[in-house]
Design a protein around this ligand. Structure first.
Ligand code: 13P
Length: 388
């Protein structure tokens, strides 16, 4: 074969492979941009996330306590109550759904994810399949759900999900957590996050250090720091784009049965110090879980963090509460059609309180009187009752 022909062929091959490479680069850049835009949108405007992704067993447990039937019909009706709450979009940027919920529709046949999308609330999806007993580690759990995740993400993406959530649980106890538990959970979180980003879905990375126990604030601080350090080591190993993710951690708190409970400001200091030591500035937002705190305390603690630190933090401090937003509404509803409106008002109120907490404007008056509705039926910051 003449030399020139060989050169032409190989340069054609090279140019084909160059253009394939640049196509991949462009795709990667577009993917990164989409991830970064969505992650930023989730914490923009002082809004936060509403977690309504309780698995069926968890949802049923909460229903059972209130005498609500544990059926698909009741779960759908409850989720429709949430989806149809007027004005939710004023304080909620994204809602995390569960597999059953993302497939459900309103009474008039519109998928929940579509209803949210239409009012500007970004639909998200819980994709882990639960925390399971960890072999060889009594009292500890590891979260499962990586098998088939790529395919499930593709399906959820078609249903409108633009972000996802995976929760790992870390218990504090005698000799717990173990290194094995922390590392396995951090590794799984990072593998999940990488798969999400490949699918242009923003991962919400949730390593939850549980409140259950007698441990002190200092011990929770030490363990949360260790967990977060491991999580970011693993996220870096798995090449996760930090700008395109949200961290969903616990607040740093003493255990529920610890005799030494602490002030709201002490929780704010410990939590923010912990995050400053462990979370890279590239992460756009930190959206706390509530973990079983009362709704009022969760708002007050988030508020204290923003009052004391907001102006000097590299990331937004937001919320991604389930119980601390939903519980009062669920207790009002109790499965009764007649209580839907009052329950929606309670849900709206909690969401507004947390918006106020992001602004450092939450206080007892806001808690009691809420944000007054404007004549148009909406609300605006102007209507926030001023600080006491
Ligand atoms: P809580 O706010 O009730 O802790 O729930 C947050 C969550 O999403 C749990 O995974």
């Amino acid at each position: 074969m003449p030399c020139g022909q060989e050169i032409t062929r190989s340069s054609r091959r090279r140019s084909r492979s160059n253009s394939k490479e640049s196509f991949c680069q462009t795709n990667k850049l577009m993917n990164s941009k989409a991830l970064i835009d969505t992650a930023n949108a989730l914490v923009a405007g002082d809004k936060g996330l509403l977690a309504m992704d309780e698995s069926n067993p968890t949802c049923n447990k909460r229903f059972a306590k209130l005498g609500i039937p544990q059926t698909e019909v009741a779960r759908r009706a409850y989720r429709e109550l949430i989806v149809a709450t007027p004005g939710l979009t004023e304080s909620i940027s994204g809602a995390i759904l569960y597999d059953e919920t993302i497939r459900q529709k309103t009474k008039d046949g519109t998928p929940f994810a579509k209803v949210f999308g239409e009012v500007g609330i970004i639909p998200g999806i819980k994709v882990d399949t639960g925390a399971k007993e960890m072999a060889g580690h009594p009292g500890e759990k590891v979260t499962e759900g990586l098998d088939g995740l790529r395919e499930r993400l593709a399906e959820y993406s078609k249903m409108g999900a633009r972000f996802a959530k995976w929760r790992a649980v870390i218990a504090i106890g005698d000799g717990l957590p173990s290194r094995g538990c922390i590392e396995s959970n951090a590794h799984a979180l990072a593998r999940y996050a990488a798969l999400c980003q490949e699918a242009s879905i923003v991962p919400v990375v949730e390593p939850e250090v549980l409140m259950v126990g007698e441990h002190t604030l200092e011990r929770c601080l030490k363990i949360t720091q260790e967990v977060l350090r491991n999580v970011f080591i693993q996220l870096n190993c798995q090449r996760v784009l930090l700008e395109g993710m949200i961290l969903k951690p616990n607040m740093v708190l003493p255990g529920l049965t610890c005799p030494e409970q602490v002030s709201v400001d002490e929780v704010a200091d410990a939590t923010v110090n912990c995050l400053l030591r462990t979370v890279p500035a590239a992460v756009p937002g930190i959206a706390f879980l509530s973990g079983g705190q009362s709704a009022e305390l969760a708002s007050a603690r988030l508020n204290a963090m923003n009052v004391r630190f907001k102006s000097r933090l590299p990331w937004a401090l937001a919320f991604s509460f389930a119980r601390a937003i939903q519980q009062p509404a669920l207790e009002i509803w109790q499965g009764k059609e007649t209580e839907v409106q009052e329950a929606q008002e309670a849900l709206y109120h909690r969401a507004r309180c947390n918006l106020a907490a992001r602004r450092g404007e939450y206080n007892a008056t806001v808690e009691r009187d809420g944000w007054k509705r404007s004549p148009q039926g909406g609300t605006s910051a102007k209507h926030l009752v001023s600080a006491e």
